[in-house]
Design a protein around this ligand. Structure first.
Ligand code: MRU
Length: 359
């Protein structure tokens, strides 16, 4: 049975006729797949923690949460002037920017909030608060439109009966709703195509097992879960037609950071001559970085590997290295799909054009 798509993150205004004050409502992704719990907050520190601990995760969803986080930070401010309120916006944005380093969508969304505050700092504080929530909700609405457009472009690559391998979760849970790498699969389903998906479980935090498998099953899509180390064999056995993954940051040359393990999947796809697609909104492009070497890679706590989900699976005090992301070289990517269309290599010019013509 197919169920209604989940709203990953929403703004709930206190009163019907005014957007502020209000609160953020988000799906607590640390509780899935066991429980579907909606967390509500109007507290800046709680928003920071929700991002840090992956209660909200996935590059676009982190950006939306951060933008709304700026709003909750200042909505009860007693600042006497718009300029004073704009300073509080900067402080909240600086703080939220320390939550996670890799997904550029976080910094992109915070920069939009800063720019809005600076541009409207001459307004009365109440007016500026209204502008800030409008900006945050515009980010959310645009994300939905971008994901749908990515879905439309990507669905054109999927033929009825094909099988896609994906890594991590770049679905509705990672965005406002529809997803990026999973968007073409949802769109193909709407078009009446039968598409199968293999989902890598995605060690160590199991976003593939806990989230991708959950949301695809909920949508009535044929999904098979595999451990990450099974992908090579599954490809060799001819079970995969194409790979679709999301991205957390894409450098100007097309090098793409995504969840740790993605690079390995790309190498495998190359070895088996399987097309490898990266799907992301243009807010994921970072033209300031010429190559992926400069992308900051988050390192996570050792306990996520040694004691994941409360079960000790390695000796205490063992040395651990825990990068949360890796970078897939542009040469391994068949195409990058964003809301502007399908970008083919060499990616440099195409990415620049897509950014210049953002939705
Ligand atoms: O650590 P996470 O779960 O936030 O990592 C998420 C990913 O790597 C996703 O693939 C990426 O953000 C793309 S989401 C559309």
């Amino acid at each position: 049975m197919r169920m209604e798509p989940i709203k990953t993150i929403e703004w709930i205004a206190d009163q019907p006729k005014r957007l502020v004050p209000g609160m953020i409502r988000l799906v607590d992704q640390t509780r899935l797949p066991g429980e579907l719990i909606l967390m509500e907050t109007r507290d800046l520190r709680q928003v920071w923690t929700a991002i840090k601990t992956l209660q909200v995760r996935g590059a676009p969803a982190i950006g939306i949460a951060a933008a709304l986080g700026v709003v909750v930070a200042v909505q009860d401010s007693r600042a006497a002037t718009g300029a004073a309120l704009a300073t509080e916006v900067e402080q909240a944005a600086d703080y939220l920017a320390t939550s996670r380093p890799t997904a550029v969508n976080l910094f992109w969304a915070l920069d939009r909030m800063r720019l809005r505050a600076r541009a409207d700092s001459r307004r009365a504080p109440a007016d500026l608060k209204a502008r800030l929530i409008e900006e945050a909700l515009a980010i959310l609405k645009e994300d939905l439109a971008m994901c749908r457009a990515i879905g439309r472009h990507g669905a054109g690559l999927l033929k009825d009966g094909q099988t896609v391998l994906t890594h991590c979760n770049a679905g509705g849970l990672a965005t406002s709703q529809f997803g990026t790498a999973l968007a073409p699969i949802y769109m193909a389903q709407e078009q009446g195509k039968h598409i199968r998906v293999y989902a890598d479980e995605t060690r160590p935090l199991l976003q593939g097992a806990r989230l991708t498998a959950w949301e695809l099953m909920r949508a009535g899509i044929d999904v098979t879960l595999i451990c990450d180390n099974m992908a090579a064999q599954v490809m060799k056995a001819g079970r995969i037609d194409l790979v679709m993954v999301g991205a957390d940051r894409i450098a100007a040359n097309g090098d793409s950071a995504n969840k740790i393990g993605t690079y390995g999947v790309a190498v495998l796809a190359h070895a088996h001559r399987i097309p490898f697609y990266v799907l992301a909104p243009s807010s994921t492009f970072d033209l300031k970085l010429t190559t992926g070497d400069a992308i900051p890679i988050e390192e996570r706590g050792a306990e996520e590997i040694t004691c994941g989900f409360g079960k000790r699976t390695a000796p205490e005090h063992v040395k651990v290295y825990a990068p949360a992301f890796d970078v897939t070289s542009a040469r391994l990517i068949t195409a990058i799909i964003c809301e502007r269309g399908i970008l083919k290599p060499p990616f440099g010019k195409a990415i620049k054009k897509a950014v210049d013509r953002r939705l």
